[in-house]
Structures are given as C-alpha cells and as structure tokens.
Design a protein around this ligand. Structure first.
Ligand code: AP5
Ligand code: MG
Length: 216
C-alpha cells in the first residue's frame, strides 16, 4: 500500500502513521522527521531547512521533493510506505505522481485527518517526543506514565522548537494557503478519504483501519 497521511499541523499524522507502521509493516516517511534529523546532524540539508521550520514556513519544494525522491527509491519502500506530511503543495503532489509512475506505483489512498484549527495549538504545544525512540506523547491527551520519561524505552522527552503558539499560527497559515488545496486535488483523483481527527487517538486508529481493510 502506498499511503499519504495528510492533515494540518498537530492533527495526529505522526501518531497514527507510527501505529500503521506496526500493523502493516511498511515504513513511515515523514519529511518533518527527516528535516529534524538533518538539523540535529548539522548537514547542509539541515542548515537549509532550519530557518524555514523555525519560522513555521514550508521548506522550498525543490529541496523537499529531492529528499522524497531519494527516499522512495530505497529497497524498504518496495512493499509500500506511508508518506507523512508530504506532499504539502500542488507542485509536490505533481512531482510525487511523476516519481511514483517512474517506480511503477500508484497512490492507494490519501488519508486526511481532519481537525479544526481550534484544537491544534493545544495539541502542538502539549506534545512531547522521546529523544531516543521518537515516540510521541501529549501532556494531557496521551501522557507518559512518568513525567518526561518515555514509556517505551525510558528516554527523555523533549518539546519541538516549533511547538509554540506563535510558530503554530504561521504553520496553520501555511497549511491553509498551500496544503488545503490538495484536498480537492486528491478528491478529483478519486483516492481521498477523510477521517474525523477530533476523536480520541484510538478511535482515529480504528477508523483508519476500517478504511484500509478494504484497500488491501
Ligand atoms: P512536520 O514535522 O510534518 O509538522 P506538521 O505538519 O506541522 O505536523 P506535526 O508533526 O506538527 O503534527 P502531526 O499531525 O504529526 O501530529 P502528532 O501525531 O505529532 O513538519 C515540520 C516542518 O517541517 C514544517 O513546518 C515545514 O517547515 C517542514 N516540512 C515538513 N514537511 C514539509 C513539506 N512536505 N514541504 C515543505 N516543508 C515541510 O500529534 C500532535 C500532538 O497531538 C501529539 O502530542 C499527540 O499525542 C496529540 N494527538 C494526536 N492525535 C490526537 C487525538 N486524536 N486526540 C488528542 N491528541 C492527539
Ligand atoms: Mg508529525
């Protein structure tokens, strides 16, 4: 299955993609995670991406499309993948179609986790991530058993640099301007499915699995 996980910042894309990875045994490809890893490692890509991410704007298309093209060519994508947070612009979506047709693949399904803006700042600001294994928590909606400690591996939890109210306002504006138009784009392509992301994390997973049961 070639899945696209879409939705505004803080909607639950990463949380749900991580669960689907376990169930379907296909890799999660998050452009946000790839950029953050590059920033940590201090690579040229990281240096380029950092200023955009810190200000809440999108990294330029040519940079983003290049890293996705390379990633999708890897062996572990042969049996399918979950793209999380890509594409986010019409140009990225057009490039993805080209990349997939070169690979002889198509999009199985676009899963849009739909959440209204007034939920999203609280979700992002309360998010905590494990430094060691990347597991995602929320101080209110999905709290770890011991504060600031990962349930899975005991790693330390941290807060993302862009998870503050000010940057979230800009991320939401970038979503409205550049990414929301992809809803109609993928509706027209006949691969679009919307999931109500206001529900609990477990209920959203159930709804996603219901959709995917029919696609396998
Ligand atoms: P990225 O890392 O993709 O950030 P994002 O799109 O802003 O999305 P998030 O990761 O913030 O949210 P999510 O939907 O994954 O939510 P999560 O599951 O963690 O991108 C970061 C930056 O990189 C961008 O701003 C841009 O600069 C750059 N970038 C990345 N991709 C790009 C691209 N394609 N083009 C250009 N630039 C790009 O959940 C959030 C919180 O809510 C967690 O705490 C979680 O526990 C909680 N939660 C989840 N689901 C629920 C629920 N159902 N109920 C209650 N709480 C919930
Ligand atoms: Mg994410």
């Amino acid at each position: 299955m070639q899945l696209l996980m879409m939705g505004p910042p803080g909607a639950g894309k990463g949380t749900q993609a991580a669960r689907l990875v376990k169930k379907y045994n296909i890799p999660q490809i998050s452009t946000g995670d790839m950029f953050r890893a590059a920033v940590r490692e201090g690579t040229a890509l990281g240096l380029k991406a950092k200023a955009y991410m810190d200000s809440g704007s999108l990294v330029p298309d040519e940079v983003t499309i290049g890293i996705v093209r390379e990633r999708l060519a890897k062996d572990d994508c042969k049996g399918g993948f979950i793209l999380d947070g890509f594409p986010r612009t019409v140009e990225q979506a057009d490039s993805l179609s080209k990349i997939l047709s070169e690979l002889g693949k198509n999009i199985t399904c676009v899963l849009n986790i739909s959440v209204p803006a007034d939920y999203l700042v609280e979700r992002a600001v309360g998010r905590r991530i494990c430094r060691k294994c990347g597991a995602t928590y929320h101080v209110k909606f999905h709290a770890p058993k011991v504060e600031s400690v990962c349930d899975e591996c005991g790693g330390e939890l941290y807060q993302r640099a862009d998870d503050n109210a000010e940057t979230m306002t800009k991320r939401l504006a970038a979503y409205e301007e550049s990414t929301r138009p992809l809803i109609d784009y993928y509706k027209r392509a006949g691969v679009y499915v919307e999931i109500d992301g206001r529900q609990s994390i477990d209920k959203v997973t159930e709804d996603l699995e219901d959709v995917l049961r029919e696609k396998q």
